[in-house]
Design a binder for this molecule. Structure first.
Ligand code: ADP
Length: 404
């Protein structure tokens, strides 16, 4: 069974086509700059040369049409006909309180995703465009939606409520939702497999550290707390996002600098984090290089980033009253040996003993980076959100068949 996984953004569509017999990716790619006369198409069919094209693609329906044409192209294609795609799975950022698991798309699901536009105005409308574009091109193919927030719906009220007037939760659903749920779920399952222990027995802290970053406290495979909140701005210091700050800074800075709400929002989301402190950029590779060259701002940015992550790890060990393992994943978590080393060095009080040689290895393999004597294990596990979307979609299709 072939499953097409789609991640639709406001001006881009990323895709992967999975053959679920062996869970292999048989083609992948993206269409960027949708809405412009020079959209960029990148297509990577397995075992064949990559295809690059620049052409006018003004909306998502045309972008999906282009993807389908490439998948069945006589020279570059991997399918004889688009009818070989059995289902499409979409990443959807916000499922609010309505979705605690992945679901097949129907009219009610679409209405609910639309109702959630106000909680994720930058993401959910684009995902909806993706769903409608697939529907326009392949009206008979079932679609599933997999939510970034769903995995965290197991959090108890003590973790998801904010200590502000409860009317704000009742009227407007202002609460912690958390994000990167598919990634936290995936790496926690892989961690249990690598440790050779049942997930039900484990207390884990999973650190998804990419451009956006969040960590989660996971007890018996269930998320009990996570650092991102009602929006992906809360929590850890990130590439360009501030993470936690005193909320009183917002009105104060607005008054002092004569900023509008939209300006202050943009400041905290796009001009803060590593970028603001290093004054160089938001990419951890650039920060590490500048630090090695003696740049003091880069060092301060790195130290703050590490310190804030370590504080969350300490807090979550306390929240769970124990800790078996810490998992690092995503761009920075998988690749930055210096960050992992700095965090682990300062967690010796928990019994973390890093194996510096394994940690320093340049490898994209799943691995344990602590010594056998370490009381808390630390793992590096490359995330695979697309695979989770493909698996959930596949399972929903199988379930539907067994009902019919
Ligand atoms: P996104 O949140 O956009 O999905 P990723 O998970 O792909 O991001 O992470 C991207 C980030 O990973 C880059 O901005 C960069 O800071 C970091 N990164 C990638 N490779 C390395 C590396 N070798 N060393 C340190 N950081 C890296």
């Amino acid at each position: 069974m072939n499953i097409l996984v789609i991640n639709a953004g406001s001006s881009s569509v990323k895709f992967q086509l999975y053959d679920m017999r062996e869970e292999t990716v048989i083609a992948a790619g993206k269409v960027e700059r949708i809405g412009m006369d020079s959209a960029i198409v990148t297509y990577e069919p397995a075992g064949k040369p990559e295809v690059h094209a620049v052409e006018e693609i003004l909306e998502h329906t045309t972008a999906i049409r282009k993807v389908l044409d490439l998948l069945v192209h006589p020279a570059h294609g991997v399918l004889k006909s688009s009818s070989e795609i059995e289902a499409v799975g979409h990443r959807v950022v916000h499922g609010g309180e309505s979705f605690a698991s992945s679901v097949l798309v129907d009219e009610e699901v679409k209405r609910e995703i639309k109702r959630l536009f106000e909680l994720a105005p930058l993401h959910n409308p684009a995902h909806m465009q993706g769903i409608l574009a697939v529907e326009a091109n392949m009206p008979d193919v079932p679609q599933a939606v997999v939510f970034d927030t769903a995995f965290h719906q197991t959090m108890p009220p003590v973790a998801y409520l904010y200590p502000i007037p409860s009317v704000l939760y009742k009227r407007h659903k202002i609460r912690r939702y958390g994000f990167h749920g598919t990634s936290h779920a995936y790496v926690s399952e892989r961690a249990a497999a690598l440790l050779g222990r049942p997930l039900e027995e484990l207390k884990l802290i999973t650190c998804h550290i990419g451009n956006g970053a969040s960590c989660a406290a996971i007890v018996s495979g269930r998320s009990v707390d996570t650092s991102m909140g009602m929006t992906p701005l809360e929590g850890l210091m990130m590439g360009t996002r501030s993470g936690d700050i005193d909320p009183a800074i917002v009105p104060f800075a607005m008054g002092k600098e004569d900023l509008t709400l939209s300006e202050v929002n943009s400041m905290l989301n796009k001009h803060s984090g590593l970028l603001a402190i290093s004054r160089l950029g938001s990419d951890m590779r650039e920060i590490q290089q500048a630090m090695a060259d003696g740049d003091a701002n880069a060092k301060l940015a790195f130290d703050m980033y590490e310190y804030r992550l370590r504080k969350y790890i300490g807090a979550y060990a306390a929240a769970m009253n124990g800790l078996d393992a810490i998992v690092f994943t995503a761009g920075v978590g998988e690749n930055s040996a210096p960050l992992r080393e700095a965090v682990c060095r300062n967690l010796s009080f928990l019994g973390v003993e890093l194996d510096e040689t394994v940690n320093a290895q340049r490898s994209s393999a799943e691995r344990l980076i602590t010594t056998p004597a370490s009381r808390v294990q630390v793992l590096v596990i490359p995330t695979n959100e697309e695979l989770v979307i493909a698996r959930d979609t596949y399972q929903l299709i199988l379930n539907r068949r067994s009902v019919i």
